[in-house]
Design a binder for this molecule. Structure first.
Ligand SMILES: Cc1ncc(COP(=O)(O)O)c(C=O)c1O
Length: 362
């Protein structure tokens, strides 16, 4: 038993700690195998941009110094890139940190935080951290149920997390659905559009959150450098919102929360159009390949708008996960027969295909 259980805050015992994708090194140690591929955390399988690596090399000798807490250069580059004023930007040690800072800034104990069932697992965690009351909206065919959200708005609602595209299902909330929802939301409720995978969502129906910021001053759009930009290990994400929201969040933001290398790498990655183009091309080709594979193997899946696919096996996903680990492939099991698989490079996807076929045959 934990010796400090009686002095810890009671509310932390409601938190189910975040379970990350199994790291490659851990599988190497446990299974004594090499050449492992990780298709578990929706990272960029092509790696970081070469421009980002060069930028980090240039700055590595300066890590004896604290980073610029105001993130000046990246802020200005991003402001031009997104065409939003620099004072509408906020940065975090991953967008994950911003999610927590938003909850800390706005949610009083007992106030309600709405999010969808089968959505990003960090939302319930940050809600519990601030002693908010989680209101979980059941999913509708693996999508956000917008009517379910509207029905659950109350005078206690303070924060809403909408994940678009949604992790883990890869589905989107359409422009129409988002606009309809916002009609029911008053300006005292903060709405977070978590767009960690927005760059992959190439659909005319997909709402670009930034375009709505002028219309809805209570909207916060979150993006990250962890996914398409391939910088997950550096931990850097950003938010765009009304400057008064940014000012409030700045009060709870820890000093120097975005490290020096991340700031320069992100700025360089933003400019590397070729890397983004290659990543999208790899993802689209991989998506088609995996759709065909899953059909052939009778594995159900949901059409994705991101860089991962939500699948349903005909048996426990934990069992398949373990068998795949023995073959050097890491996926992310979900409840029952469901799993989330990141789309890899051609080589990664072929390795996954071979492993799944072998498992299906035995
Ligand atoms: C939907 C969603 N939001 C936010 C994050 C957090 O990303 P990061 O903290 O790396 O920016 C993730 C990471 O998996 C995610 O899937």
């Amino acid at each position: 038993m934990n010796k400090f259980i009686n002095i810890a805050k009671k509310s932390i015992f409601n938190i189910n700690p975040y379970v990350p994708g199994k790291p490659i090194e851990e599988v190497e140690r446990e299974y004594k195998i090499k050449n492992i591929i990780k298709l578990a955390s929706n990272e960029n399988p092509l790696g970081p941009s070469k421009l980002a690596i060069a930028a980090m090399k240039k700055k590595i000798k300066e890590v004896n110094l604290y980073p610029d807490s105001s993130v000046f250069y990246l802020r200005n580059t991003l402001s031009k890139y997104l065409n939003v004023p620099a004072n509408m930007l906020m940065f975090g040690n991953g967008s994950n940190e911003l999610e927590q800072l938003i909850a800390e800034t706005f949610v009083n104990p007992g106030e309600e935080v709405l999010f969808s069932e089968l959505s990003f697992v960090v939302y319930p965690i940050v809600t519990e951290i601030v002693s908010g009351h989680a209101v979980v909206v059941p999913h509708k065919n693996f999508k956000h149920d917008i009517d379910g959200f509207i029905d659950r708005l109350s005078d206690k609602t303070k924060l809403v997390f909408l994940c678009n595209p949604n992790n883990p299902t890869g589905t989107i909330i359409t422009k129409k659905e988002f606009e309809r929802f916002m009609k029911y939301v008053n300006h005292r409720i903060i709405v977070v559009l978590d767009e960690a995978y927005s760059e992959y969502a190439r659909s005319p129906e997909y709402p670009n959150g930034i375009k709505y910021l002028k219309r809805y001053s209570n909207l916060i759009v979150l993006r990250t450098f962890s996914k398409i930009y391939g910088l997950a290990g550096l931990r850097i994400g950003y938010g765009i919102a009304d400057k008064d929201i940014v000012d409030l969040i700045d009060r709870v933001r820890p000093p120097f929360n975005v490290n020096l290398l991340a700031q320069y790498a992100a700025e360089a990655a933003l400019k590397d159009k070729k890397h983004i183009k290659n990543t999208l091309k790899t993802n689209n080709a991989g998506k088609k390949f995996l759709y065909r594979l899953f059909k052939r193997l009778n594995i159900d899946f949901i059409k994705t708008y991101a860089n991962f696919i939500f699948v349903k096996f005909n048996r426990s996903s934990m069992e398949i996960f373990k068998k795949l680990l023995e073959k050097g492939v890491i996926i992310r099991p979900q409840q029952e027969n469901y799993a989330r698989i990141t789309i890899g490079t051609k080589k990664d996807n072929l390795k996954l295909a071979k492993a799944l076929k072998e498992i299906a045959e035995c």
